[in-house]
Design a protein around this ligand. Structure first.
Ligand code: HAM
Length: 425
């Protein structure tokens, strides 16, 4: 036999038993976003490499080490998107969606980063991202966080903590950066190799280091908050006030700096302890400078993206997967006439009960065999249609999970009866 070819490391298949959970997640998120008036945009997966260099930043882990970059046949340098914000701004500018307008957009799809794969960290992963343009105030920052909080509520996810910080404007950050570099120079001996390299290029990222050796240096570092001017402080205070009024708990984390360079003012992450090391399930913030950086007029913008693999992992820990994957009803059809009538009956039920998950038996076979299949499908009920039932205009309703005896139900009353036993139990 020929040697089988394996999937690429860090890139996973999502198998049929897992897709119900993915669809549940995607449907809920989509429904919340549409209720808030967000519209979907679909961008290409491949962009010019320059786009990511200019937006995410040359001296970030993503651009330095993690991008899937290649030359296409024309010699252009292309990159599989490592995230969606840059492409969304590019698409917005190119299609005239941003100038002088407000936009509330969302997108969904695979992203690619050549990171070291581990639980919750993949080389191909999926995000649902949201980006808004043209809105300056803390009210839209608040709206985005309220959306995420509502999504967790509707998904039934509880163990999530909101961490919040402000990075100030790029000017405020420049001032702060000078102070920080002075301070870090004084403690140069305590820095690791990565931080020494970053000292000139991207010193703020040193504050985000996970290396325990740096904990003391980071703890004593000057705080950005003390270098913020009135307007940035007011923006942050009003956001906090809004969250307090809406009853959304948060923790201020002054070390939250994010791994992409485009942020200004508000940044936030939703984190959980329940997933091990890769606990950030959603992250975002304001990026008021990016549209201009990519060739547009200055336009305020703010957004976030959630990691679907991590959210699915949180949902998996509940027995939701089984519930979502099981049909309500398996329709057993004995004989030619019942098979023909059965197909039509199944369509009638699907029309009348749009929520019903019904599998119609295909391929004939004995009664025993069909019932075995019904049982294996894990449906709660079998509907049994034989020649006699067709003649009498009724059908057998047989509980498969030990909830009472089989009953005969008049076909005319079947929708009502199913609603009763399935919805009201
Ligand atoms: P990010 O923090 O790089 O931000 O990614 C957002 C989320 O994607 C993370 O919190 C995580 O859940 C998930 N994620 C990131 N990398 C991986 C990976 N290798 N494997 C699995 N999941 C991962 C952004 O991408 C920004 N574009 C978010 C944003 C939108 N900011 C403003 N607008």
């Amino acid at each position: 036999m020929a040697k089988q070819i394996q999937a690429i490391r860090g890139m996973k298949d999502i198998l049929p038993q897992q897709t119900p959970l993915w669809q549940f997640l995607e449907d809920r998120v989509r429904s919340v976003l549409s209720r808030y008036g967000y519209a979907e945009i679909r961008m290409p997966i491949v962009e010019m490499t320059e786009l990511f260099k200019r937006s995410i930043g040359e001296v970030t882990d993503i651009v330095e080490k993690e991008m899937y970059t290649f030359a296409d046949r024309n010699g252009d340098s292309l990159t599989l998107r490592p995230e969606g914000t840059a492409g969304c701004v590019r698409a917005g500018l190119e299609n005239g969606l941003i100038f002088n307008q407000t936009q509330r957009l969302w997108y969904q799809g695979p992203m690619f980063r050549h990171e070291r794969p581990q639980k919750g960290r993949y080389r191909q992963f999926h995000q649902i991202g949201v980006e808004t343009f043209g809105l300056t105030g803390p009210d839209i920052d608040l709206e985005l966080i309220l959306i995420t909080a509502r999504i967790w509520r509707e998904l039934g996810l509880k163990d999530l903590e909101l961490q919040l910080n402000t990075l100030g404007t790029s000017e405020e950050r420049r001032h702060y950066r000078d102070h920080l570099v002075d301070y870090l120079r004084q403690r140069f001996d305590e820095l690791d190799e990565d931080s020494r390299r970053r000292l000139e290029s991207n010193p703020l990222r040193i504050l985000d280091s996970k290396n325990p050796q740096l904990a003391a240096v980071i703890k004593d570092a000057p705080s950005l908050m003390e270098h913020l001017e009135e307007q940035s402080l007011r923006h942050f205070d009003r956001l906090r006030q809004g969250l307090d009024e809406a009853g959304v708990d948060y923790t201020i984390n002054p070390r939250l700096v994010r791994g992409l360079d485009y942020y200004s003012r508000t940044v936030f992450e939703w984190v959980t302890d329940s997933l091990g090391a890769q606990g950030t399930v959603c992250a975002g913030g304001r990026y008021d400078g990016l549209v201009e950086q990519l060739g547009g007029r200055p336009t305020p913008a703010v957004g976030f993206a959630m990691g679907l693999e991590r959210l699915v992992a949180m949902l998996e820990s509940r027995d939701l997967q089984e519930q979502l994957a099981t049909p309500d009803v398996y329709l057993v059809m004995m004989g030619d006439r019942a098979s023909r009538e059965g197909v039509l009956l199944a369509e009638r039920l699907r029309n009348g009960l749009p929520w019903l998950r019904l599998i119609g038996h295909c391929g004939g076979g004995t009664f025993k065999n069909q019932l075995k299949k019904a049982d294996r499908s894990r449906a709660d009920f079998a509907l049994i249609l034989g020649e006699d039932e067709v003649a009498r205009k009724e059908i057998g309703l047989k509980p498969l999970r030990g909830k009472g005896e089989q009953q005969q139900v008049a076909l005319a009353q079947l929708e009502a009866r199913l609603e009763e036993v399935i919805i009201r139990g």
